[in-house]
Design a protein around this ligand. Structure first.
Ligand SMILES: Nc1ncnc2c1ncn2[C@@H]1O[C@H](COP(=O)(O)OP(=O)(O)OP(=O)(O)O)[C@@H](O)[C@H]1O
Ligand SMILES: [Zn+2]
Length: 773
């Protein structure tokens, strides 16, 4: 398909801070040949365009033509989650941070995230843009604040305020009219330059953003002789926009706090000398020293010393973890006890933390369903309200003999409330706060969609090994089934095969005390067969190490062997058989332990109304035993990877069922992809898990799933509150205006007040912690 050649270019647009600007950009770009998709991230003011590489210049000039300043900066991505300023319809105020430029990455096989509806079963392969990007810290460029409107200095605003007040007082005390007029016009000019300029740009392109609406309203107010009112409204508007921008700044600060987890510098060995370097300068394999109490700056593997590390910044789990030589440590975590030396395993732009940060940024670009609804709604809202305002100005005087000036004034009040900003900003603020709160708890959510959909999840399928259990089974026994062969020799073969596999039961066999003295034999044509086992040639003969089901498939299960297997299964242990091409030779049993947290997690899931089922490749007796001790309601055993997937698809037949699947992400990939929400356990340090799951849990504590659900429910609540609040306030105002009780400055307060309220409400989610859940 042609999309293969398309690229996604992220373009930073300083002025893109309000949904109305999004509309303007859509108008300019949507129908352009070669442009296939537009994605807006108003929080970070980044527009991602999917396009034919040949038309990039066209795109850039089209953006410039509508008065915006697009910036491309390949090779670095925003250092802060929400990018620079985030004011909606507000001012691009001065405090601009560098390094917010974005990325160009290739679309491997992109699925349209936005078009995905609730019940679409997303495909994990579809997540795979390959990101050839780097988070180059310290290399960020500060670009000049070109066309972004600069907020009039506070003294401009103060002076405008005094003038407006003067105008108002002159009016009250029936002072000279010229004084009232001059002070009012001066106030409007001082406070409103920026609003007028932005408003005019929008109008020129047939768009009505808040600036355009305010410009029209204030100008009309002046024209109908409402001098002091016009002045006051302009001053109040500018002031409140400034407050709004400030409050959104705080949002950004809170969110980007996550980013400042890793120190900027580390102590590196260079030519035998220790010296302090920027993390971005440190190469893989460098030797880094971390003092006790210091934050670890890069991912690495300890080569000297031992310590305990607080990994809470990444996993959300504050119990310190012991680390010694050979163990992995992660950027952003805290070295609590001893001095360690570590060998760097990832550059600053490739650490687990950097990946998490990058994923959160990507997640913001994938719009949650509510966000899409709100966007669509606001597309019709503004024009509708403007039409209403015009009708209000014209109909009563024409048809019912109303007073022209009175009704024009009412129309102006309505114009001011035509801005959908509060509504539109409410959703991303809420979702981003939720995503950030989750990341702080070690839950990496790959899109607002999952956060929003989470509250509807009513089934959770769980893998057994490593998900409910600790995933470290130990060999508990070995039975010789083929007496004709030398047990020592066949055991050696089993261990040699097992040593080649990462599968927990293989590891149990390879690492059992009985295997300690075994020198593994060379294995040829080694092959791992998912859900069945491993095979390979030893001394020219083909051997299989795997499940009883596989033995059946291979036609090696005779009645006697079957009896032994059934017998062995009844004590609830995992079985592994060693087979050659003729018969089953050895039978191993292995047992795994339940994770303490599993019981608690399952209980909480049930209390949250979620049904649970284990989907396992292991035998029924083991799965039953684990289900019983963990409290999981249903136990499905002996499932191959694709049967796990089918089991989930079967659950999804019911329209109201939203299925989550928790697994370790290796054997469970098809099932994780089939589920509406795929949870990968123990994702810290596992790039595949971080990249393929919908929700990556940094450690392997199942409690994170009920926590995710609770957060999802809170997010949902806040979203509903915010939307009702934003719409409710406008509705109340409309009624007040129709009753003749509204005034322009009240409308300004309502517009910006609503924005402030929804932002504050959304930010509450940042304080969501496990305890609250
Ligand atoms: N690499 C392997 N080495 C040895 N046996 C294996 C291997 N892979 C699979 N098996 C056998 O196949 C069975 C099912 O494996 P599978 O990986 O599907 O499930 P599991 O990991 O044991 O359990 P769960 O699916 O609950 O995590 C195992 O119990 C084991 O007998
Ligand atoms: Zn607005």
């Amino acid at each position: 398909m042609s999309e293969q050649q398309n690229r996604v270019t992220a373009i930073r647009i300083e002025q893109m801070d309000c949904p109305t600007e999004e509309r303007l950009l859509r108008k300019a770009l949507e129908k352009k040949p070669g442009v296939t998709d537009l994605r807006f991230n108003l929080m970070s003011r980044v527009l991602s365009v999917t396009h034919d590489p040949a038309v990039l210049d066209d795109i850039m000039s089209a953006i410039r033509k509508i008065g915006f300043t697009p910036e491309l900066n390949q090779g670095s991505i925003p250092r802060s989650v929400t990018g620079s300023h985030t004011g909606c319809c507000g001012h691009d105020h001065s405090g601009r941070e560098g390094g917010d430029e974005h990325v160009t990455h290739r679309h491997a096989s992109n699925k349209d995230h936005q078009g995905q509806n609730d019940h679409d079963h997303h495909d994990h392969g579809g997540h795979g843009h390959s990101h050839d990007i780097s988070l180059t810290q310290g290399q960020s460029e500060v670009s000049p604040n070109i066309a972004g409107g600069v907020l009039p200095g506070w003294w401009h605003l103060a002076l405008a305020g005094v003038l407006a007040l003067g105008s108002e007082l002159t009016h009250w005390f029936s002072g000279p009219t010229w004084l009232m007029v001059v002070t009012a016009v001066a106030a409007v000019a001082l406070a409103g330059t920026d609003t007028y300029r932005k408003g005019l740009t929008a109008l020129r392109y047939g768009d009505l953003n808040i600036n355009a609406l305010m410009s029209i309203a204030v100008t009309c107010a002046l024209l109908i002789g409402q001098w002091p009112e016009a002045a006051m409204v302009m001053v109040l508007f500018t002031l409140s926009e400034w407050i709004e921008a400030k409050s959104l700044d705080r949002t950004r600060a809170a969110v980007s706090g996550l980013m400042n987890l890793a120190p900027d510098t580390v102590t590196v060995q260079v030519n035998g000398q220790w010296q302090v370097q920027e993390v971005s300068q440190v190469a893989v394999d460098s030797l880094v020293r971390v003092a006790p109490g210091e934050r670890i700056g890069l991912d690495g593997s300890i080569v000297r010393g031992f310590t305990t590390v607080n990994q809470a910044p990444i996993t959300g789990e504050s119990v310190p973890v012991d680390k010694q030589s050979g163990d992995t440590v992660f950027a952003g975590t805290i070295n609590e006890a001893g001095e360690i030396e570590m060998q760097v395993t990832a550059t600053a732009d490739n650490t687990t933390l950097a990946r998490i940060i990058h994923q959160i940024e990507e997640a913001q670009a994938v719009k949650a369903p509510t966000q899409r609804f709100v966007d669509t709604f606001s597309r019709y809202y503004t024009p509708a309200v403007v039409v209403l305002a015009i009708l209000l100005a014209v109909i009563p005087p024409l048809l019912f003999g109303g007073q022209w000036l009175y009704w024009i004034y009412q129309a102006l009040v309505v114009l001011i409330i035509a801005c959908p900003c509060a509504l539109v900003i409410s959703t991303p603020v809420t979702v981003v706060s939720g995503l950030t709160a989750a990341a702080r708890m070690g839950i990496l959510i790959k899109g607002g969609v999952y956060l929003e959909q989470g509250h509807r999840m009513n089934w959770l399928a769980l893998d057994k090994t490593g998900t409910i259990t600790q995933g470290r089974p130990v060999q508990t026994g070995m039975t010789v089934l083929d007496e004709g062969m030398q047990a020592a020799q066949t055991h050696k073969i089993a261990v040699s095969l097992a040593a080649r596999s990462d599968h927990p039961v293989s590891r149990a066999i390879a690492q059992a005390p009985q295997a300690a003295d075994v020198v593994p034999l060379p294995v040829d044509a080694f092959l791992a067969v998912a859900g069945r086992g491993v095979q390979g040639r030893v001394d020219g003969q083909l051997w299989y190490l795997g499940s009883p089901v596989w033995a059946q498939e291979l036609g090696l299960m005779d009645a006697a062997t079957n009896d032994t297997v059934v017998q062995a299964q009844t004590n609830g242990q995992s079985l592994v058989l060693l087979m050659n091409e003729r018969n089953v030779v050895l039978l191993f049993t292995a047992a795994d332990q339940l994770k303490d947290s599993s019981i608690q997690a399952i209980e909480r899931l049930h209390r949250l109304g979620v049904n649970t089922v284990i989907l396992s490749g292991d035998n029924q007796a083991v799965v039953d035993a684990i289900a019983k001790s963990s409290g999981v309601t249903e136990a499905r055993a002996q499932l191959l990877p694709q049967e796990k997937q089918q089991a989930i698809a079967a659950l999804q037949k019911d329209d109201r069922t939203v299925v989550g699947m928790a697994g370790d992400g290796m054997n469970d990939a098809p099932a994780l992809a089939q589920a509406n929400i795929g949870f990968a356990m123990g994702a810290m340090g596992s790039d595949t898990a971080i990249e393929t799951a919908d929700v990556a849990l940094m450690d392997d504590n199942l409690m994170k799933i009920p926590t995710f659900l609770a957060l999802s429910r809170s997010t949902r609540r806040v979203l509903v509150q915010n939307i009702s609040l934003a719409l409710g306030i406008k509705a109340v105002f409309l009624v007040l205006v129709l009753l003749g009780l509204g005034s322009m400055w009240m409308a300004v307060f309502a517009d910006v007040g609503a924005s402030l309220l929804v932002v504050a409400n959304g930010l509450r989610l940042l304080r969501f912690s496990q305890r609250e859940a």
